[in-house]
Design a protein around this ligand. Structure first.
Ligand code: SF4
Length: 364
C-alpha cells in the first residue's frame, strides 16, 4: 500500500515541509528550501503549497516507460546486461544549462491526459517486461520522491530491484528514506567547483558531496558516479584530478566513475562536443588518482567502456557502447586471477539485453 495520502489523482500530501513564523511553508526536501505562499509552486514546479502543506502534483504521472539496458543509466557493475524498466515524470530541482533531458525535466506540468500509474502497476510492469530492475530516471526522482519510494517498496515486495538516477541534491531526512529503498544509484557529480554548480546548475556543490558520502558509506545501495565533461568548463586536468582523488578518498576506490561526453543541448548550444581524447585523458587521470573502475561514455571507446580487473588488468566485462562481449567473471571474481570485482555481479543477474531501447505501454 502506498504510504502517502492521495488527495486527488496524481496529487499527494508531501512529507517534508514546515510552517514558518512568517506564514510561508518551507519545502525541506532539497537544499533549495523553497518558501511558498498559498498556491505558489517551487523551483521544480511539481510541488505546490496548499493550506499548510506542500503537495506533489506528479504522483504516478509517468511521462513514458522504456526498457533499456542497465548500462544506459549508466550502471556497469549492477547486473550487467540486464534489462531495466525506466521512467520519469516532470520537473527538476536543478537548473542545468546543459540538461540533456530538458523536455521532461523543464516541463512545467505533466500531460493532463496521462493516466496515473500506481506503484504496484510499475512493479508488475517490470515483471511483465522481464526487467531485473526499475529505474527512476529521465528527470530527477528527488522531485517525485514520495512516488519513487512507494514504487521502490512495491518493487521490493515482488523481488524487483530499483535504481535512482539523480543529481543527489537532497536533504538528509528525505535522503535517508529514499536511499533505504534503492538498490543502486547513479549520482551526477557535475563538476568539482562551487562556481560551476552555481553558474551552470543554479545549485551548490557541498550538498551533492554529502549525498555521495552518505550513499557510499551509510547505505547498502550500490553507487556509481557520472561526470559530464563540458569543454572548457570542468574538463581541466587539475579539476579532474581533484574530483577523482576526492572520490577515491571519500567514496572508496571501487566506486565506478563515468566520464561522459557533452553534446550541445538546451542553453549550451554554442559549445563543441567533448572530444573522445578528453574523456580518455580524464579516465587516465582518475585511474592514476587511485580509482579502480573508470569509464568513458558517449564516445567510441570499447576499451574505456570495458571493465578491467584492477589486480591483473584483464578485461572481465567487455563492452562496445551498451552491448556486452566477453564476460570473464565467476561469482564476482576475475576468471584470470581470482580477484574480487566490486558490484552486484552474480551470474544469475546477468543477461544479454543488448544495446537497444524499447518504449512500452503500461496500462493504468
Ligand atoms: S523539491 Fe522542489 S519545491 Fe522542494 S525545495 Fe526543492 S525545488 Fe523547491
Amino acid at each position: 500500500m502506498p504510504s502517502t495520502d492521495l488527495l486527488e489523482p496524481g496529487v499527494v500530501r508531501g512529507r517534508w515541509h514546515r510552517l514558518l513564523a512568517d506564514g510561508r511553508v518551507e519545502c525541506e526536501l532539497c537544499p533549495r528550501a523553497c518558501r511558498l505562499r498559498e498556491g505558489q509552486r517551487g523551483f521544480c514546479f511539481v510541488r505546490e503549497r496548499r493550506g499548510n502543506d506542500i503537495v506533489l502534483t506528479s504522483y504516478g504521472r509517468a511521462t513514458g516507460f522504456c526498457v533499456d539496458p542497465i548500462e544506459k543509466k549508466p550502471l556497469y557493475h549492477f547486473y550487467p546486461g540486464s534489462a531495466v524498466l525506466s521512467f520519469g515524470t516532470a520537473g527538476c530541482n536543478l537548473g542545468c544549462k546543459f540538461c540533456q533531458n530538458w523536455a521532461s525535466s523543464r516541463a512545467r506540468a505533466v500531460d493532463a491526459r496521462t493516466e496515473p500509474v500506481s506503484p504496484e502497476r510499475v512493479a508488475q510492469a517490470a515483471l511483465d517486461t522481464h526487467c531485473r530492475s526499475v529505474a527512476f530516471t529521465y528527470n530527477d526522482p528527488v522531485v517525485f520522491a514520495e512516488f519513487a519510494i512507494d514504487a521502490a517498496r512495491a518493487c521490493r515486495d515482488r523481488g524487483v530491484a530499483t535504481v535512482a538516477v539523480s543529481a543527489g541534491y537532497m536533504n538528509p531526512p528525505a535522503r535517508e528514506e529514499f536511499y533505504a529503498v534503492m538498490d543502486a544509484a547513479n549520482i551526477d557529480l557535475k563538476a568539482f567547483t562551487p562556481e560551476f554548480y552555481q553558474r551552470f546548475c543554479a545549485a551548490r556543490l557541498e550538498p551533492v558531496l554529502e549525498t555521495l558520502r552518505y550513499v557510499a558509506r551509510e547505505t547498502d545501495c550500490w553507487l556509481e558516479v557520472t561526470t559530464l565533461l563540458v569543454p572548457g568548463h570542468n574538463d581541466g586536468p587539475d579539476e579532474v584530478a581533484r574530483l577523482a582523488a576526492w572520490c577515491a578518498r571519500e567514496l572508496g576506490p571501487t566506486v565506478p566513475l563515468h566520464f561522459s561526453a557533452f553534446h550541445p543541448d538546451y542553453r549550451l548550444r554554442d559549445l563543441p562536443r567533448t572530444p573522445a581524447a578528453t574523456c580518455a585523458r580524464a579516465r587516465a587521470i582518475a585511474i592514476r588518482e587511485g580509482l579502480d573502475f573508470v569509464y568513458t561514455g558517449n564516445v567510441y571507446d570499447p576499451s574505456g567502456q570495458s571493465t578491467h580487473c584492477p589486480a591483473c588488468g584483464a578485461i572481465v566485462i567487455e563492452r562496445d557502447a551498451f552491448v556486452l562481449g566477453r564476460f570473464r567473471l565467476q561469482e564476482g571474481r576475475c576468471l584470470g586471477c581470482g580477484a574480487p570485482i566490486a558490484g552486484r555481479l552474480s551470474a544469475a543477474g546477468n543477461g544479454c539485453w543488448g544495446g537497444r531501447r524499447r518504449p512500452v505501454e503500461i496500462p493504468p
